[in-house]
Ligand binder design. Structure first.
Ligand code: BDR
Ligand code: CA
Length: 311
């Protein structure tokens, strides 16, 4: 069993990632879910994380609220993709489970100090503010992190929030820079990979057909989420980004990528938040991330559907 902290800004695709993890208790031990401002403000992301746990019948999961805004910038949100609540689609409700009193950044720090060195994987599904803030506040935790598996960035496929940048990195480029320069082993799921994971109608129908409350809610979320993306990308289904992070922990063999150098643009107004990936190794900059590019999308959806059926 691998110990993980899920850092997230739900978000329908974040919800899919959380449910995939909740449906995989043999492999994954979720130490906590830490929330961050991103797709919508923190007041909503922390609430949405608890709603997702309750959809899955898991009020026992610890959910923490973290940073309300990026390290140095104003928050940019994505209601145009996720709807006003961030989780539009199913009928939402006021969650019963309480938010943990501790700040997410302190939970990350304390957990890394308490658990054996390198035993905790950070799964990041939103802007990297909480993780960078933890690294800044307690630099001693950096060598204790086992691995960071993140959804973020883009290189050939380039941007979804600006022509150059992917949303999670764009929202807090300074945080991303801290993380990519930290020396922690990183596995990155960029748009180049997630744009190959499309929510075709029959895939969403298979999830709905499970018939359980979490599965139907998931199908409703995916149907809302894909509306925007189908128009935007002209494909029969929108890209499902964040659950690729969890799928990688469960089935790394369905991913292919390259270990290369990634630097973050933090200055240029035109290309702010761009992940400059040295895919062709044209510099001698040191590789710092496993950058994924290929996925067996059929195997991915089979896994997601199977694990949702276990909830
Ligand atoms: C990322 O941005 C958010 O809108 C999604 O939840 C995902 O984490 C994709 O660029
Ligand atoms: Ca997200």
């Amino acid at each position: 069993q691998r110990k993980i902290i899920i850092d997230t800004d739900p978000g329908q695709d974040d919800a899919a990632a959380i449910m995939l993890a909740l449906g995989s208790p043999d492999e994954l031990d979720i130490l906590g879910i830490t929330t961050v401002a991103g797709n919508v403000p923190l007041t909503l992301t922390q609430k949405n994380a608890r709603i997702v746990c309750e959809f899955a019948g898991r009020k026992d999961i610890k959910v923490f609220a973290g940073c309300e805004r990026p390290l140095k910038r104003d928050l940019v949100t994505a209601e145009h993709v996720h709807g006003k609540t961030g989780l539009d689609g199913p009928d939402l409700f006021e969650p019963e489970m309480a938010l943990q009193p501790q700040h997410a950044v302190d939970f990350i720090i304390d957990t890394l100090r308490q658990e054996p060195k390198s035993s905790v994987t950070l799964c990041t599904l939103g802007p990297l503010t909480n993780v960078a803030a933890a690294m800044q506040k307690a630099p001693d935790i950096v060598p204790l992190i086992g691995e960071i598996v993140m959804m973020g960035g883009a290189y050939f496929e380039v941007g979804n929030i600006t022509p150059a940048a992917e949303f999670n990195i764009y929202v807090d480029p300074e945080a991303a820079e801290i993380v990519f320069k930290s020396g922690v082993p990183i596995v990155m799921m960029p748009l180049d990979l997630t744009h190959k994971v499309l929510t075709f109608g029959e895939r969403v129908a298979a999830i709905r057909a499970i018939g359980s409350r979490p599965a139907v809610a998931m199908a409703e979320m995916l149907e809302f989420f894909e509306r925007f993306d189908i128009e935007k990308y002209g494909a029969d289904g929108g890209p499902l980004h964040d659950p690729t992070v969890i799928a990688y922990l469960l089935k790394p063999e369905i991913f292919k990528g390259r270990f290369c150098n990634v630097e973050i643009e933090v200055m240029s107004p035109l290309t702010l938040g761009m992940t400059v990936v040295d895919w062709w190794k044209v510099t001698d900059r040191k590789p710092n991330a496993m950058v994924m590019r290929e996925i067996d999308d059929v195997a991915f959806f089979a896994l997601l559907t199977e694990r949702l059926a276990r909830l």
